[in-house]
Design a protein around this ligand. Sequence first.
Ligand code: ADP
Length: 434
Amino acid sequence: MWNKNTIVLALFILFAVAVGIVHIVLESAVFLSILVWALIISSVVFVVLRAGLKKTSDNGVFEKKELRIITESLREGLIIYSPQFKILMFNPAAEEIFSLKKEEVIGRLIEPKLSQTEKFKTLTQIIFPSLASSISQLSEINVWPQITEIFIDEQNKKFYTVLNRITDNRGEVVCFLKLIKDESREQSIIQSKNEFINTAAHQLRTPLTALNWALENILKLSENTSPETHEIAAEAIKVSERTLKITNDLLDVAKIEEGKFGYSFKNVDIVAFIKGIVDTVIPFAGQHSSRITFSHQGIEELYLSMDPDRLGLALFNLLDNAVKYNAEHGLVSVMLEKTPGDNFVKVSVQDSGVGIPEDEKEKIFKKFYRATNAAQVEPNGSGLGLFITKNIITRHGGEIGFESRAGRDTIFWFTLPMKTVDTEESASLFRNFS
Ligand code: ADP
């Protein structure tokens, strides 16, 4: 409101009025001294005010510069346009999204008919979403900011946009500000990352399986001949088996993220099922001098709907961890029980090992997370087993959780609904996920 020119003008008017009044009222000698004083005072006021103004304008410059850096480093496209749809600002991310240089758009009026030109088609559809193939309004109509998802079919593109308006003191709209996120680009980056992991893990799996097979043969051949070779081969098998498991985990995670981790449900006796998985882990527990027990609380046979391969992997992961992170000569207890109300069964796997540090508990199901104490016990791990396990249990309609005391013990448990599927239902589930 008070710019430099208005202030200077006001000062001069004040000064002239003062001089005029004094001139009328007083004689010349007194008038001269008052004139000098008036001059001094007005100069001081002028200097002080100027300094104040300069400070304000310096702040303005600073804010402008800061704002420019922020908008230029945004990963989202940012467009500012006037109420007449004239482009006022176009950041580098917007240049990339629309394949347009800012010099080509700044100052240009965007009108609906521009959507007929190849060059400005996408930009026009984003500014006027009703021209796009379809839109989905995510915020309420007439509520600011307006959040919209815009689909452009011919380019197979999906944009997430947030539109806000900037108003002046009187509430009049000065300009509009639109933030644009190209969701299809993000999805294609995730997809290509998944494809990379998939290909790399597939390529690794074949030679690793062959290596494992060769090492098993060496182990057998060295049984009665060379104890040293036997020991080395046994150690090498352990490492190659771990590496193979990490490779398989990577493949499973890539499938889960692509929604291609298929399930085939059938009715299986949970008691026999757990016994079978426990049996496969006993040799591994033996190598770690651990024992495994299984108690089933009087349940002798109970058929549930499950994918035995997937659920087998989930239970194997929990048992594998319980053995790996157990104390020397520790016990691993597996328990099956019915929950109160008989709607679910609960399977728990308890060990007496290193436990999980209190401040790391909330991250334990996150992909690639390994607690700080785990790497000291077992350097070869992926941090993917629990992520996969949680996915499998959730897909079975159950829940998973744990209790742990660092340095003492851990219980991982999961629940499963006590229901069976008829063959038709299981076939349709399989079709949906394969
Ligand atoms: P990995 O065992 O390959 O590291 P997981 O996803 O199976 O990956 O486990 C993630 C982390 O959870 C482990 O690294 C470990 O820190 C912790 N954890 C899992 N089970 C146990 C357990 N029984 N005792 C102590 N820590 C465990």
